[in-house]
Design a protein around this ligand. Structure first.
Ligand code: 5RP
Length: 222
């Protein structure tokens, strides 16, 4: 199976997982990226069975709306049962690296609100140790140089993602060569650098359920 078929399969598995729990009042949290897009397109077929969605990016909001799915402001939502999103890396503890699409901050916010974070990924994302994928860090523009120097002191090699401005008006540093022994600690350490908005480690709040698309079918973890 090609990678897109694996993404499609995990998107379908996520839909199958959440559908029995949806009511006409339900709001679904929806992530960003190509795997999340497969999920959105499948979810759209059931748009009469739930109220709407909250989106982790402007791109996702636009795709949801193009399907006729109402997009709600997260501030108007008291509770969110499910958040479904992809990942750039996932380890055996369901800790993730995210932000390849630059939406890490809003993704982390929606994940924080959701009771259940369902991560959908193809098997290429499964790793023993996070850090092979360059770790995205969203930074206030005027702090880019300062944050980059601090990241070097933490052992990384930050590279400015040229030409990218996040939905929040910030810039991204992609940190290469970071040895991530303790994802939770590093997530906290990077967030402690003045000027950092958010980093792409999802360890303090890992996924609750990982649906991994493999050539032997969809495997479930968590
Ligand atoms: C976007 C993300 C995505 O979830 C991550 O980049 C995976 O993307 P894809 O499903 O296209 O492989 O974190 O910020």
């Amino acid at each position: 199976m090609i990678q897109d078929q694996l993404k499609q399969a995990v998107a379908q598995a996520a839909l199958d997982h959440i559908l029995p729990h949806l009511t006409r009042q339900s709001i679904v949290g929806v992530g960003t990226g190509s795997t999340a897009n497969f999920f959105i397109d499948l979810l759209a077929r059931h748009r009469m069975d739930f109220d709407g969605a909250v989106a982790s990016s402007e791109a996702t909001a636009a795709r949801l709306r193009s399907h006729g799915i109402e997009v709600h402001d997260l501030n108007s939502i008291a509770e969110l049962e499910f958040y479904v999103d992809g990942a750039d890396e996932c380890n055996g503890h369901l800790e993730l690296t995210k932000g390849g699409g630059g939406a890490l901050t809003r993704e982390k916010i929606v994940a924080a609100v959701a009771k259940t974070f369902v991560c959908i990924a193809d098997e290429s994302k499964r790793v023993d140790f996070l850090g092979g994928f360059p770790l995205p860090v969203e930074v206030i523009p005027m702090a880019r140089g300062h944050v980059a120097r601090q990241l070097v002191m933490l052992g990384g090699n930050p590279v400015h993602r040229e030409g990218v401005v996040t939905d929040n008006g910030n810039v991204i540093l992609d940190v290469y060569d970071m040895r991530i022994i303790d994802p939770r600690q590093l997530e906290s350490d990077i967030n402690g650098i003045v000027g950092v908005v958010c980093n792409g480690l999802f360890a303090a709040r890992p996924a609750d359920l990982l649906l991994l698309g493999t050539h032997n079918g969809v495997e479930k973890f968590g």
